[in-house]
Design a protein around this ligand. Structure first.
Ligand code: SIN
Ligand code: FE2
Length: 224
């Protein structure tokens, strides 16, 4: 992962935020605002908290530098994504407890079958927890061995400024706000689109008493 290109040397944003019209989106990119109702979000958050009791958040570090990510992570599924000084990879167990990841909750496998009915089942659900100052640099999701299935992302809690471009790092990017309950599908040509989180907007949701943002990304990792 690298820093978003859309910042100037001083770290200021050089693009204005736009809410793109649907036909502005990269091919295969879909945004479903308010996919989950508030009741469903509360329920999903409870379920994720149960997952985190079994598989606590850990602090990933960048492969070469060992620099900590600003987000903390965990996973559910038969495989989970981890990053440490040995690199980025998927593995079947938690890096600290050594335990298998808890299963992907049914509400999320149902979401997958609703939005990706043709795809083989998801194997990993990465759970990212963003505190107010956390960000995610522009990157591609490409540690999987199968790109025919989409990546499906669920946002919970505080609103984030999400940035998405094309499959070339130099393609133009645009940003949009992702609010609690929104779902994004990165499928088709957008499966390898560069994307990241510019920032989280504090106090924009009442879902979590102490604020912050949870993002869940469902992925198919292996070839079926
Ligand atoms: C990710 O790319 O892993 C997370 C994206 C997000 O937080 O919305
Ligand atoms: Fe990603």
């Amino acid at each position: 992962m690298e820093t978003a290109a859309a910042r100037d040397a001083a770290g200021a944003e050089v693009e204005t935020e736009v809410t793109p019209k649907p036909d502005d989106f990269p091919t295969g990119f879909q945004l479903f605002p308010d996919y989950f109702s508030r009741d469903q979000q509360d329920n999903l958050l409870d379920i994720i908290r149960d997952c985190l009791r079994a598989a606590p958040l850990f602090q990933p570090v960048m492969p070469r530098t060992g620099k900590p990510f600003s987000v903390r992570m965990s996973n559910c599924g038969v495989l989970g994504w981890v990053s440490d000084t040995n690199g980025y990879r998927y593995q079947p167990t938690h890096p600290e407890t050594g335990a298998p990841w808890p299963p992907i909750p049914e509400i999320l496998t149902t979401l997958w079958s609703e939005l990706a009915p043709e795809a083989p089942p998801p194997e990993a659900c990465l759970i990212n927890f963003y505190e107010d100052t956390a960000r995610m640099g522009l990157h591609q999701d490409k540690d999987e061995a199968f790109f025919e299935a989409p990546v499906i992302s669920v946002s919970l809690g505080d609103t984030a400024v999400f940035r998405v471009g094309g499959s070339d790092r130099k393609s133009p990017t645009r940003s949009m706000k992702l609010s609690s309950g929104d779902v994004v599908v990165l499928g088709g040509e957008s499966r390898l689109a560069y994307h990241g989180i510019d920032r989280v907007l504090p106090n924009t949701s009442t879902l979590m008493r102490n604020g912050g943002r949870v993002n869940l990304t469902l992925r198919r990792v292996t070839k079926p």
